[in-house]
Design a protein around this ligand. Structure first.
Ligand SMILES: [Zn+2]
Length: 296
């Protein structure tokens, strides 16, 4: 599909209602990009966890006093705060370091923030810092993210610098082309990143665990989670985080209370995931490999 069609759809998203979710960088209208969504999934890599657990790591890992580093990777500034805000807030509350890498750091070609591209990045950094998250951006623009060696190396350089213990990345099949490329780049960078660095023998930490997260209805295709995290205690702050980012996108003041379209979409998804595992609000993941869980 033509990029212009997507941008027009996204630009039209400033209308009210659920379509407001398109005010997020990455929410095209209905049919979107079905024609380009045929990339292979992670079959053969993605495997269910040994048991269904409600935490991404077992109790032993969660209870450790060791400070871990978490790298959450998305294509756009809002992918991680939409997909896994509750999980990231839990990590911060336990004293872990959380870094969000948004591969797209140039929003000058995105109509909803016409003339305010740098301000969107600065506002995102400010909002993320307020909740305790470090922000990293790469210089690319939407539609120009490419599965090239140069882009793989740039993402791998961030991984080498951050040295994550745990990582989160987008699911591989998605209506949005940026999401699919970002998933591809993240997979390579997280697990073969050292091999694409200028010096393949430079220090490099492969994450102990990697989980894939989805981008919600209308975008993600074929996502079947195997790991559920109860984020009910973090919910008010998680949904406020997303709301503040959407306010930056609209260039309006954020007010608690009334949810905008993106927040309502997230609420629907979190309630659905919660219903799936018997809690009020949950976020769901697919483990990139099989990880043992501690049940008792
Ligand atoms: Zn996105």
């Amino acid at each position: 599909m033509k990029r212009r069609a997507f941008l027009a759809a996204a630009g039209a998203a400033s209308t009210a209602g659920l379509a407001r979710a398109a005010g997020m960088e990455d929410r095209p209208g209905a049919a979107g990009f079905a024609g380009v969504a045929g990339a292979a999934g992670l079959a053969g890599v993605t495997a269910p966890t040994a048991t269904r657990a409600q935490t991404p790591a077992g109790p032993a890992a969660r209870g450790t006093a060791t400070r871990r580093t978490i790298l959450a990777i998305g294509a756009h500034y809002d992918d991680c705060p939409f997909g896994i805000p509750g999980i990231l807030l839990q990590a911060i509350a336990r004293g872990h370091r959380v870094v969000i890498l948004s591969m797209i750091g140039d929003y000058t070609n995105w109509k909803p923030v016409r003339g305010r591209g740098p301000a969107l990045v600065e506002g995102t950094e400010r909002v993320n810092a307020d909740v305790g998250v470090e922000s990293r951006f790469l210089p690319w623009a939407s539609g120009r993210l490419q599965a090239t060696e140069a882009h793989r190396r740039a993402v791998a350089e961030v991984v080498a610098d951050v040295r994550p213990d745990d990582a989160f990345m987008l699911w591989s099949r998605d209506q949005h082309p940026d999401h699919e490329v970002a998933s591809d780049l993240a997979k390579s960078a997280l697990h073969l990143g050292d091999r694409v660095l200028a010096d393949p023998f430079a220090p490099f930490v492969t994450p102990r665990r990697t989980y894939l997260y989805d981008n919600g209805p209308r975008h993600t295709i074929g996502f079947v989670p195997d790991t559920f995290v109860d984020v009910t205690p973090e919910w008010p702050r998680a949904i406020a985080w997303l709301g503040r980012l959407m306010a930056v996108t609209r260039d309006t003041a954020y007010t608690d209370g009334a949810l905008d379209g993106a927040q309502r979409l997230k609420e629907s998804l979190a309630r659905y995931r919660g219903a799936t595992c018997g809690v009020t609000y949950a976020e769901a993941l697919s483990a990139a490999n099989a990880y043992p869980q501690s049940l008792y």
